[in-house]
Design a protein around this ligand. Structure first.
Ligand code: ZN
Length: 328
């Protein structure tokens, strides 16, 4: 058994979109002036932002038609049913941080390496790799957020199962087919393209378990996913759960950096502020010598996953989602 072909196709289409978006950002990165990294990136980052945001909007636009095809249109008996607003999801990363700031990180990475005396080619490759991860994750996160919002807004949906992408890593594979409540944070890692399939009373997908998936894999695929030693351990009958620590390096979108961003107030004071300061310092955006005095982090947008966490119940969640413009 496996997830519905429609759910797999949806995950695949989003993966292709995320990759295409990342490749388009690579081309802009290639236009960097090597002698003037920071200044020239400032001139290019607007193009990159436009590329990533249109990828995000396209990802969120896939949600409505997909759900209607999978579960049938809810509009027939509920003409005023909530609809996802694709544009509301764009322009921020999974943690709700504005993309213009996030997209500066690749050039800081490159600059830090150049300053450390590394060859420019190496610095550029490292920067581009970070840009790639940001672009892919930003698109995939928006697609998943739109899916989860649309599912939460449909009363018939009781939960979702995890659909792992083709060639998923071991951490995702071990979560294959798990069923969650619609408002449960989706665990993912950078560049993760896994997705969800809704469960309703009538629509009950029977996804493959991790063990079934592994049984279908070739020897070669197992080595690629679990490593040489892992593949051997599986052949020896070692339990998958013992082999893989599924939570390592995984987080919900709104808790990417560690603790969740709760309120606007919380972002300008306290722990979040300290963490953001340290993060920006580590990325080279803020000189090491500067103190934290006067530092105000860019306020993050309240993201759907955070809304679920704050809501008393599902009805409240839908109300907050509407208030924040994610659905109309
Ligand atoms: Zn994944």
């Amino acid at each position: 058994m496996s997830p519905s072909p429609l759910a797999v196709a949806h995950v695949d289409a989003r993966q292709r979109l995320a990759l295409a978006t990342a490749l388009a950002t690579h081309r802009v990165w290639g236009r960097l002036d090597q002698d003037n990294l920071h200044q020239s990136w400032l001139g290019l980052v607007g193009d990159v932002l436009a590329i990533v945001m249109s990828g995000q909007v396209a990802a969120a636009q896939m949600t409505g038609p997909w759900l209607n095809e999978l579960l049938g249109s809810e509009n027939e008996d509920r003409p005023d049913a909530d609809q996802v607003v694709p544009e509301a999801f764009a322009g921020v990363d999974g943690a709700g941080r504005p993309l213009p700031g996030v997209l500066m990180a690749p050039v800081w990475t490159a600059l830090r390496l150049v300053t450390a005396g590394r060859p420019i080619v190496q610095a550029l490759v490292a920067g581009r790799s970070l840009l790639d991860a940001i672009a892919q994750t930003a698109v995939a996160d928006v697609g998943r957020a739109a899916d989860s919002v649309a599912m939460t807004a449909r009363p018939s949906v009781t939960g979702y199962i995890r659909v792992v992408e083709g060639g998923a890593c071991s951490r995702c594979l071990i979560l294959a087919g798990n069923e969650y409540q619609t408002d449960k944070a989706f665990l993912r890692h950078p560049r993760c393209n896994c997705g969800m399939e809704p469960v309703t009373r009538e629509h009950r997908p029977r996804p493959a378990s991790p063990n079934e998936l592994v049984a279908q894999m070739s020897e070669e695929q197992r080595r690629k996913t679990f490593g040489e030693a892992g593949a051997k351990a599986i052949a020896d009958g070692v339990d998958l759960g013992q082999l893989v620590n599924a939570r390592r390096g995984m987080s919900g979108a709104s808790v990417l950096g560690g603790r969740a961003v709760t309120t606007t107030e919380g972002t300008v004071r306290g722990e979040f502020r300290r963490r953001e300061f340290r993060r920006l310092q580590a990325e080279g955006a803020i000189p090491r010598s500067r103190s934290m005095r006067g530092f105000r982090p860019t306020v993050a947008r309240l993201m759907p996953e955070e809304i679920y966490r704050l809501a008393d119940d599902r009805q409240h969640a839908v109300q907050l989602l509407r208030q924040h413009g994610f659905i109309v």
